[in-house]
Design a protein around this ligand. Structure first.
Ligand code: HEM
Length: 452
């Protein structure tokens, strides 16, 4: 009898144990997964007992050990290169590794300008652009930049002691600057154009990885393609109208479209620098001290801008952590030798700048921390003589032609803000960086402003 009872108890115990085991390792995860997925929260499926841990371990190992690997965008291979020697080889050789043809959305945003050109056309356009953004020409744009920042700071007076969302402010600022420097007009006049371009950028980011049968888009258009065609036409018409109004040459139109859309990158870059300074108030103080020593309350001049050492370190570190353009794309043709690889077919190469900027082998274990002091002795020292590990503006012959323009704009805005305000992050801030054309804060950047 006792044996029977004990056996019965043992069976009950085992059944209970098994039930608990299956409940915890199978039923409960499946229940959670389906409850979350019914609310639109998706993810890789639960695998019995191991979940996704194996995949995560494998991916971690791979990311630590592999420098180059292949991805598939639909049937199209994309070679990801992070080996610095190869990055250097690719970026230095614009003929062997040209930019690929722009896809339809990108074409609509950037038009037919320098960003896309190749060969002789690129050479001619690049020469003109180099000239436009250098020396006296760039100096000549500084008064327009200062006037635009002054206009912004005038608006900020109503927010003193309160919260202000600065990403929106910087969008207005950079479009004001580009309107003044490119058209001699005000942002308000071109506001509609900026809104249309923002919508185009959003459509681009939604459609970036959509796989379509080649040539089909010419016959059957998706809703987004129809909308983007219309936006492209409207942007062109509006710009032509503005140019005609000023009786300028209508053939400059494509160039201006391109400049406006690129200007989006500058405001996001400025936003992340303000974000980092709002958290790291010690660096905010250091930057302010440097500014007050060099300029006092005076407006900036070009000669003195280059003396802002702390500011340069901060801007570099901000661009390293929140790299605006997260990757560079090139093309490699069948038979081209890249390192020990001979390309088997035409394929895209992707250089993930963001990953290079976050590689602990180069930057150290504190790679994710904001430490502008890494740049105290310049980029070569910060990268242990691997300067291709830091390329927010790219490097080589096709680097950013607007780099000096962008950096001048960012430095002038930072300088004039720091001359007038202390700022901290608002408690309402939600950290959610997303990638549109550049990395931007999805929920904006609210800060609290305190006048000095
Ligand atoms: C913080 C702001 C900016 C960043 C981070 C940035 C970054 C870059 C990068 C990474 C490239 C290389 C793209 C590639 O190879 O695929 C590039 C190219 C270019 N950028 Fe910028 N850019 C900025 C602002 C600007 C501005 C303000 C302008 C003009 C007003 C400009 C004009 C160009 C042009 C025309 C090219 C193509 C150059 C060529 O292919 O020869 N950029 N930029």
């Amino acid at each position: 009898m006792i044996i029977l009872v004990l056996s019965y108890l043992f069976v009950c115990f085992i059944t209970l144990l098994l039930t608990k085991f299956f409940y915890e390792l199978w039923w409960n995860p499946i229940r959670i997964q389906s409850a979350l997925s019914s609310k639109g929260i998706a993810g890789p499926s639960y695998r019995f007992y191991y979940g996704n841990s194996d995949d995560m371990i494998r991916m971690r190992k791979e990311s630590a050990s592999r420098k180059n690997y292949v991805n598939w965008i639909g049937p199209q291979p994309q070679l990801i290169i992070t080996e610095l020697q190869l990055v250097k080889e690719i970026l230095n050789n614009k003929d062997e590794y040209p930019k690929p043809e722009f896809k339809s959305f990108t074409k609509k945003i950037f038009g037919d300008g320098l960003l896309r050109a190749r060969g002789e056309k690129w050479f001619r356009q690049r020469k003109l652009a180099n000239h436009a953004f250098h020396g006296e020409n760039l100096k000549g744009m500084i008064p327009a930049m200062i006037a635009s920042v002054e206009m912004m700071l005038e608006r900020w007076r109503q927010h003193e002691g309160k919260e202000i969302e600065v990403n929106k402010e910087f969008k207005i600022l950079t479009s004001e600057i580009i309107s003044r420097t490119a058209f001699g007009s005000s942002h308000l006049e071109g506001q509609h154009i900026f809104e249309m371009l923002s919508r185009l950028v959003l459509l681009l980011s939604i459609n970036a990885y959509k796989v379509r049968i080649p040539g089909l888009e010419k016959i059957v258009k998706t809703k987004d393609e129809i909308e983007s065609d219309k936006l492209e036409q409207d942007v062109r018409d509006s710009i032509l109208k503005m140019i005609r109004k000023r009786e300028e040459e209508a053939n400059q139109e494509a160039d201006k479209t391109k400049k406006i859309s690129i200007d989006d990158i500058v405001d996001d870059s400025l936003t992340w620098t303000i974000f980092l300074l709002a958290i790291h108030t010690d660096w905010q103080e250091k930057a302010r001290n440097e500014i007050l020593q060099l300029f006092g309350q005076e407006n900036p001049t070009s000669d003195y801008l280059s003396r802002l050492k702390i500011m340069t370190m901060i801007v570099n570190e901000s661009q390293r952590l929140y790299t605006p353009i997260i990757a560079l794309v090139r093309e490699i043709h069948k038979g081209t030798r890249l390192g020990n690889l001979i390309a088997p077919s035409k394929m895209d190469i992707l250089i993930p700048t963001l990953a290079l900027h976050h590689d602990p082998e180069i930057w150290g274990e504190d790679v994710h921390l904001f430490k502008p002091e890494r740049f105290a002795e310049g980029v070569a020292k910060a990268t242990k003589n691997n300067i291709f590990a830091f390329c927010p503006f790219s490097l080589g012959p096709r680097n950013c032609v607007g780099m000096n323009f962008a950096l001048t704009e960012i430095k002038i805005a930072l300088l004039m803000i720091l001359q007038r305000y202390r700022f901290t992050l608002s408690p309402t801030y939600v950290h959610s960086p997303v990638i549109l054309l550049a990395t931007c804060p999805q929920k904006g950047l609210p800060i609290i402003l305190q006048p000095l």
